[in-house]
Design a protein. Sequence first.
Length: 173
Amino acid sequence: MNCELLLEQISARCDKFRADLAAAAQNLRDFNRRLAQIIQQLHKDIAVRDESFAAQFNQYCQDLWQELDKDEPFWTQARAQIRACKDSDWAGGLTLAAKGLNSRAKTLSRACDEFTTAYDAFYKNYNGFTAAKLNVWLLTACQNDAANLTGKILFLAREIAKKTERNRGPNVC
């Protein structure tokens, strides 16, 4: 596979991953709001009205974990293919696409930060909540996996941008 095609595939998957993380963060904020209402109802000795919360939350965690697990082989393969390319294969003409990937990776990093913030807010409310059995351990694993993968993608994008910039040549304006 040539570097240009690889760069296009990575950029597209980076955008997909960012969209998935943004949606996951929004869903987690909704679950956090619902959890806060449940805790408030329990605190006031009011019957909990949201009976489907635990099942929906556990399904959300399971789906998120499966989505992250499904994407992992692509990123592992892409990183191996990039490492297999020589520095000279990253032609100077790919500089703009590489900078675009770098920008996408930064946007992905911000989406991951938003997901981490939503996770922290949820965990703060969840801490000590024992009224329902929630798979928060799975959510923690997903958050750690997403953060680790995002860091690897960001590093990869920076390296590609450096290689293409180096191969641009000294006489380019």
